[in-house]
Design a protein around this ligand. Structure first.
Ligand code: FEO
Length: 397
């Protein structure tokens, strides 16, 4: 996509990525893609703000050339060192050796470790300003949004906040880059939530600290390094991030995530009866098959919903492996303080429930109920499952 002038002298020069299947090598984006937004402040001095993943080098250099001669760059601002934003740094260093790389002290260490770049790297202090004529940049250290070296850059004359991962989301840009160019933002907001929960949620406290630090800063444009540029309603995405960060310590919404796995359909039959019971209580429920749904798509429901019902059979004396994996990721992503219940089939000795309870303890989930059945469910089991779902839903509501 050609460069877009987002404010006088300030250009979006990002690139779309529709060919990477797994973001960070793990999170699926095959259908959605992602953008690596970067920006160029083209004043008397010229500053590049954030870069792109290495395999996008050709396209990225063309984007820069659309605005200026790369040899005239004065500064390269590195808000965040993760290679989705710095992959082209090595080649850029060779093409623009005089441009000064700016970042935090940790960025300086990491630039050396990742790219063996040690010359012409300058540390910027928290709150420091850099006049570019007529533009002025100001740097705000925002550690752990997403890595420890992270900062955000603010252009003071046009009030543009270059927030990097903060306020970002999955989803390649579909032609337009601004929020006001899309009649319906629900797709990008949903993908911003999935991105938040997959990538940022562990760092929810630092997100709230960053929002606090920025609370006195007037922002007309939020320009993150993934997803939409918010110029019509910049407060919207900041408020969504604030709300999502709150779920790290809050009890969640009165709704239920029903995650299940089934080897031969017995646990699945019971799952349908449980879901029926939940619905009868009038509580919203989201159902996911853990063996067929990547945890990336389940985590948003786990993050937002107060109740979790786990349905999984015993497998070799433990929990059905796809469920064990899903709950292990929930542990790593600190999806804590939920109300939970368990059901599942077993063939002979059981063991699935015990493994679930160990994981639930680690997660600080309050287990309110459970039931197991041997082999296939009887009609009585299904009636019991319906009551189990309804009773649990009442306790969540
Ligand atoms: Fe978009 Fe943490 O990198």
């Amino acid at each position: 996509m050609p460069a877009v002038e987002i404010r006088p002298g300030i250009f979006w020069i990002g690139v779309n990525d529709r060919t990477t299947d797994l973001f960070e090598g793990y999170w699926p984006i095959t259908q959605e893609g992602v953008s690596y937004n970067a920006y160029l402040v083209n004043g008397e001095k010229k500053a590049l703000i954030d870069l792109a993943k290495g395999f996008k080098t050709d396209e990225f250099l063309t984007q820069i050339a659309d605005v200026t001669d790369i040899r005239q760059l004065d500064y390269i601002v590195i808000n965040h060192m993760e290679p989705d934003h710095t992959g082209i740094l090595g080649i850029l260093r060779q093409l623009a050796p005089h441009a000064v790389i700016l970042g935090t002290a940790k960025t300086k260490e990491m630039v050396a470790a990742f790219y063996e770049v040690t010359e012409n790297v300058r540390v910027v202090e928290d709150g420091e300003t850099l006049p570019l004529g007529p533009h002025v940049l100001q740097f705000f250290h925002t550690p752990y949004v997403h890595w420890p070296e992270t900062m955000m850059t603010y252009e003071t004359t046009q009030r543009v906040l270059f927030s990097c991962d903060g306020f970002g989301g999955y989803g390649a840009l579909q032609g337009a880059i601004f929020d006001d160019q899309y009649p319906d933002l629900s797709y990008y907001e949903r993908e911003a939530l999935r991105y938040y929960v997959n990538i940022v949620a562990v760092f929810s406290r630092p997100v709230l600290r960053a929002l606090e630090k920025l609370s006195g800063v007037p922002v007309d444009v939020v320009a993150p390094s993934h997803g939409l540029v918010w110029r019509q309603n910049p407060g919207r995405i900041m408020e969504l991030y604030r709300r999502w960060a709150g779920y790290a310590t809050g009890e969640g919404d009165p709704a239920i995530t029903l995650i299940y796995g089934s080897m031969y359909g017995n646990t699945e039959k019971v799952m349908n009866a449980v879901a029926q019971g939940v619905s009868r209580a009038g509580v919203p429920v989201e159902v996911y098959d853990v063996a067929r749904t990547h945890i990336s798509y389940i985590l948003p429901a786990l993050w937002l919903n107060r109740g979790v019902i786990v349905g999984a059979p015993t497998y070799e004396g433990g929990l059905f492996p796809p469920m064990a994996h899903a709950l292990d990721v929930a542990v790593r992503k600190r999806v804590q303080n939920r109300r939970a219940a368990y059901f599942g089939s077993y063939g002979w000795g059981g063991g699935g429930e015990q493994e679930f309870r160990r994981l639930a303890e680690t997660l600080k989930w309050e287990v309110l109920d459970s039931f197991t059945f041997r082999g296939g469910p009887t009609l009585d089991d299904l009636k019991r499952a319906e009551m189990f779902g309804e009773n649990f839903a009442r306790q969540v509501r």
